[in-house]
Design a protein around this ligand. Structure first.
Ligand code: B4P
Length: 192
């Protein structure tokens, strides 16, 4: 299995790049944001609870996302690998992911860290909000809160992977095609 974590602040291009990468490397795309939005659209119990957090730019509780991910890994245990997009976002999620993968004798191979300046992130998210109406993209206060949550709870998780020599920084402010080219260059080193 090849397991990659796409890591970076909100609006750094995780979802955008995942779309390209799953085609090239035939991996399962696992976006916690997308899964939560499906739950919200269906107004499930989980979705209703998640929406309250997401609309404020807060994280959904660890146990909720960990359980979602665990079920999908279990269902796809014979896959070539996974692209984790937006997961893990806390240290507890990172440790839980290691445990889940270990059960299947596999591990996180690399973390791709998309670096983008805060002002660029805000512009991108506002623009996306204007086009899609996505609730957490339409308001600058919510966007700022998401970036702050990233800085305090999520960014420190990258150190966990850096210590293991698995973290690869990429300049996420290049064009979409340039970012994609840099990521696939790194990933090719891991494809057997
Ligand atoms: P996510 O759905 O993961 O969304 P995101 O971080 O905002 O976006 P992403 O980085 O994927 O940006 P994209 O490629 O779309 O999370 C939403 C919410 O869900 C979180 O705030 C949280 O509440 C909850 N959640 C999700 N996972 C969780 C977890 N594990 N634990 C707890 N809570 C969780 O790019 C954004 C825009 O930029 C797009 O419009 C795109 O076109 C543009 N763009 C991308 N790359 C570009 C480039 N190179 N140049 C110019 N524009 C570019």
């Amino acid at each position: 299995m090849l397991n990659i974590v796409l890591f970076g602040p909100p609006g750094s291009g995780k979802g955008t790049q995942s779309e390209h990468l799953i085609k090239q490397f035939e991996l399962i795309h696992l976006s916690t944001g997308d899964i939560l939005r499906v739950e919200i659209a269906a107004q499930t119990e989980l979705g209703v609870e998640a929406q309250k957090r997401m609309d404020k730019g807060e994280l959904v509780p660890d146990e909720v996302v960990i359980s979602m991910i665990s079920k999908i890994i279990e269902k796809n245990k014979n896959a070539k690998g996974f692209i984790f997009d937006g997961f893990p976002r806390t240290q507890a999620q990172a440790e839980a992911l290691d445990e889940m993968l270990l059960v299947h004798s596999t591990k996180v191979d690399l973390l791709v860290m998309l670096d983008v300046d805060e002002e660029v992130l805000k512009k991108r998210l506002i623009l996306r909000g204007e086009k899609s109406g996505r609730a957490d993209d339409v308001n600058i206060e919510i966007i700022t809160n998401r970036i702050n949550v990233y800085r305090s709870l999520t960014k420190p998780v990258s150190k966990y992977y850096k210590k293991q020599g698995k973290s690869f920084p990429i300049n996420g402010m290049q064009t979409e095609a340039e970012v994609y080219s840099d990521i696939s260059h790194v990933m090719r080193k891991f494809v057997k």
